[in-house]
Design a protein around this ligand. Sequence first.
Ligand code: G1P
Length: 276
Amino acid sequence: MIKKCLFPVAGYGTRFLPATKSMPKEMLPIVNKPLVQYGVEESLEAGLNEIGFVTGRGKRAIADHFDVSYELEHQIAGTSKEEYLSSIRSVMARGSFSFTRQSEMRGLGDAILNGKRLIGDEPFGVVLSDDLCVSDGDTPGVLAQMVSLYRQFRCSIVAIQEVPEDQISKFGVIAGSQIKADLVQVSNMVEKPDPKDAPSNLAVIGRYILTPDIFDILEKTPPGKNGEIQLTDALLTQAQTGCVLAYKFKGRRFDCGSVEGFVEATNYVYHNIYKG
Ligand code: G1P
């Protein structure tokens, strides 16, 4: 079964400068929790307990966040403040955390390829922590939904949602044949197309289940959009030679890579989760 989940976290976060000058964008808090912890909690909920980070320079705060802080633990042990550490303590108890570095920013595909040494030859999840996903009530998280689909179909799966035309050029966009109301077998996939060239309005959001043959494909994938090695291009090859499914997930996604989406997520989490 799937045990591992990869978090590419090497990006600069330029849209949040100067906040991200010396702090990883993944550590920006949504209310009282860093963005990346939401993604890690989603992964643990899905049973993916072996977390691998593909980091870069200036990202040490992420490794420190998922490690014990002896001084802090010592200071607040036995005080009423201890409860504030409960969520991260629970995450640390349930997960294991490994790190590798991407030394050059050559795109998402390259980041995933760098993760090969953490993943090996097994299927794995990918979370782009900029995309904060929440689901209502008893509905499991997006990654958990995708893991149960994987059990059934045993092939790579991307999460999708419909987006308005003016948003299309921000995403990988898919097209294919409908298998079920919420499931499409992918036959085409384009990274950040002009709206006029887009194959549909179905945009890939930052949750993936990938089968390990993706690594061999990525090794042979030439630079694409913006001169970067694109996961989208490798997935298209996988779709053409095997099978890739696109799943219209249940839940909401916030684009925390943009200031507007970040503020929207903050308001949502404050009112619906933090205040509960
Ligand atoms: C990446 C992927 C893109 C996907 C998006 C989801 O782009 O390349 O295909 O639609 O994540 O958030 P990025 O937003 O990192 O530029």
